[in-house]
Design a protein around this ligand. Structure first.
Ligand SMILES: Cc1cc2nc3c(=O)[nH]c(=O)nc-3n(C[C@H](O)[C@H](O)[C@H](O)COP(=O)(O)OP(=O)(O)OC[C@H]3O[C@@H](n4cnc5c(N)ncnc54)[C@H](O)[C@@H]3O)c2cc1C
Length: 383
């Protein structure tokens, strides 16, 4: 049985068409391959090219540079549908946006004219490099050094956990240019062919193995000052602002994954018979499905509210943190319950729900752990 179409109040006919196109690509190109590529740990670069050619890799960026000119309200619902079919691909779309965000928001006009058409071409893939082996939640403690040498910076250090590490065409890298804490961080654009740039073998993860995650090593990489994004010392503010938007992406990915788990649970409950009737007839099971559906709907409403604030030019940092926190915790609960609905079969690799459960876990960790989201919300409430 094909997955139900979600009722969405979309703002324009164009948005309806985009969601329709996304569902078509998802069912033709993503769903049939997801399980095998995940099991094999294959990074689906070709699928990302297909999405790029359809314009789905650059939706929230300006049309004048090749973007889709779509509001976050629409972009995130597209991202949700992509993730419903294949979370790893949704993560790639979201991270590409995260990597492009610094140039799109803090680059000079001349830099944007030079770089955004490439970044938004649908062919290029970006990576966002903030984390390091010793600095995760305390991201401002990063030590990757960028030393001035004539008109260049010379960058040395290791970036940990980089999504698309070794597979990206460009890297937005947060570096240390002075010892002045978070005010000593500078954002540099590094392209893949740079001498001295390499990547470690991909991490061996518990899930989302088709999403490539690898440390990126910078060993004396020369970066022209013309590739500095924003002024020296503004890199941390740029990184956090990108994360505010990126967290909305992760929330949408989480809703897509949770929706997939709910779809699978409802379908199984209708088919599976015990005590002479479908298990879906039992109120105990219906209550579990009702709670799952309510959490998915609430998480969707929360990310859409934050997206509408962003689209209206209002502050949305607290709301983005709330959406990421709630949606990813909801995805963890819903994927856990989806296994319960399947009984013993849910614990096997013959059904997708055990994979969804493993995939949900990472969403509570990336782009700020859910403890960090609570810090963001708590600080905003009490400042
Ligand atoms: C699959 C994957 C992909 C990733 N992709 C990227 C990427 O593309 N780019 C990138 O830059 N990074 C990426 N990351 C890194 C990710 O952002 C970090 O893993 C995350 O920020 C947490 O850092 P950490 O792993 O060092 O954990 P730590 O910061 O060491 O945290 C360990 C635990 O302590 C808790 N903790 C820490 N400080 C506090 C506090 N003050 N109060 C309460 N609890 C606290 C944390 O919540 C966590 O539970 C990725 C990670 C993974 C797993």
């Amino acid at each position: 049985m094909s997955a139900p179409v979600i009722e969405r109040a979309l703002p324009t006919p164009e948005a309806h068409d985009l969601l329709g196109l996304t569902r078509e690509i998802a069912s033709a190109e993503l769903l049939p391959r997801a399980a095998d590529d995940e099991a094999a740990g294959r990074f689906p670069r070709d699928v990302l090219r297909t999405l790029g050619q359809a314009g789905l890799l650059s939706l929230p960026f300006p049309e004048e540079f090749g973007g889709g000119g779509q509001p976050y309200e629409v972009y995130l619902q597209v991202l949700e549908e992509v993730s419903r079919a294949w979370l790893s691909v949704g993560i790639s779309v979201s991270v590409h946006g995260l990597a492009t965000y610094p140039m799109a928001t803090a680059g000079t006009r001349a830099q944007q004219q030079e770089w955004l058409p490439f970044m938004l071409s649908g062919e290029a893939l970006g990576a966002y490099c903030l984390s390091e082996p010793q600095s995760g939640s305390d991201a401002a403690a990063l030590i990757t050094r960028a030393e001035r040498d004539g008109d260049d910076y010379v960058v040395t250090g290791t970036k940990a956990w980089i999504t698309h590490g070794g597979a990206a065409d460009f890297y937005s890298v947060m570096t240390r240019t002075s010892d002045d804490g978070h005010r000593g961080i500078t954002c540099l654009l590094v392209t893949a062919e740079s001498d001295g740039l390499s990547s470690a073998p991909p991490e061996r993860k518990m899930g989302a193995n088709a999403s490539r995650t690898a440390a990126v090593i910078l060993d004396g990489v020369r970066v022209s000052q013309e590739r500095r994004i924003g002024a020296e010392g503004t890199g941390f503010a740029i990184a956090l602002s990108a994360l505010d938007a990126g967290r909305l992406g992760i929330a949408a990915c989480a809703v897509g994954l949770a929706q997939a788990a709910l779809d699978a649970a409802v379908s199984y409950a209708r088919d599976r018979r015990q005590f002479g009737r479908p298990i879906a007839d039992f109120q105990g099971l219906q209550f579990m499905l009702a709670d799952m559906a309510t959490q998915v709907a609430a998480a969707r409403a929360l990310y859409l509210e934050a997206a509408r604030l962003k689209d209206a030019g209002r502050t949305f940092s607290r709301e983005a943190a709330m959406a990421k926190l709630f949606a990813t915790d909801a995805a963890m609960r819903v994927t856990t319950d989806a296994i319960q609905v399947h009984g013993g079969y849910g614990y096997t690799q013959d059904f997708p729900v055990e994979r969804y459960f493993r995939e949900a876990k990472v969403l509570q960790i990336v782009e700020g752990t859910n403890q960090v989201q609570r810090m963001v919300i708590g600080r905003d409430l009490t400042r």
